[in-house]
Design a protein around this ligand. Sequence first.
Ligand code: SAM
Length: 290
Amino acid sequence: MDDSGCKAEKGVLYIVATPIGHLGDMTFRAVGILKTVDVIAAEDTRTTARLLSHYDISTRLISCHEHNESKRAGQIVKQLAAGQSAALVSDAGTPGLSDPGYRIAFAAIREGFRVLPVPGACAAVTALSAAAMPTDRFLFAGFPPKKAGPLRALLEDLGGRKETLVFYESPHRIVSLLGSIRNQMGDRYVVVARELTKLHEEFIRGTAGEVEAALRKKEKIRGEITLLVSGRPDEKPGIPAPEELEAEIIGLLPGNPSTARLAAMLARRYNCSKNDMYQAILSVKSRVER
Ligand code: SAM
């Protein structure tokens, strides 16, 4: 094999993607670069040590995680200045994507060093590639907030976007996230991509409600999850009949304490005036509270 481009150059910081599950997803170039750099900065040195041993790579490892990234940035810049080369890897996938990395890259660029990507796996792109959803435009939303208020604000903000939305989520929170999505964005088509490239890989497709029900049937939800949510449909449904709207508002009231926010969400959903929805909510509230 011609290995040009697979050997590390001095004074360069390489941002190297590693597999998100299947060890065979390392690229030839990633192996070549990791073998020939002077040092590898890794999010968790034990995790990376297993990968390096699989590929017979004996390069020196140092840790670089959320809590020491700034300090490590200074050390790596010094090594680059001394004519060495370095690589940055995360536990899985592409460094910098919901993972540490950008501070080190920024420090190296600021000091005039080259920062080069060595592309490979990324859970978001891997999920999109087999989701059979539009990918001409997508919005990577990363991990959604855990607290109800910030989550509601985020979903409200994203509710009007037409692109496919991509979230990372833990198996413990996926069911409740799907419930919030259904509540705030409508029962959209979603894909749960679980354990991508691993033994128990699965794609669960359907509306948020259907996928939520399928997940609830599992004894325990395990593994790593990427969630794709279809963007806002072009056609907005017409305003439902008064008794249907009233039933919908009654269902939404417990999760949406603010009348103004709920009115804004319904106005977006039905493409109508916020004030009309506000009045409808007040009238339902007054009847419910009676
Ligand atoms: N930098 C990584 C990348 O390029 O995808 C992502 C790191 S982030 C800390 C980890 C999250 O990515 C997981 O919690 C999960 O949401 C998603 N993820 C990682 N591996 C996955 C897999 N094999 N299948 C599905 N989602 C995965």
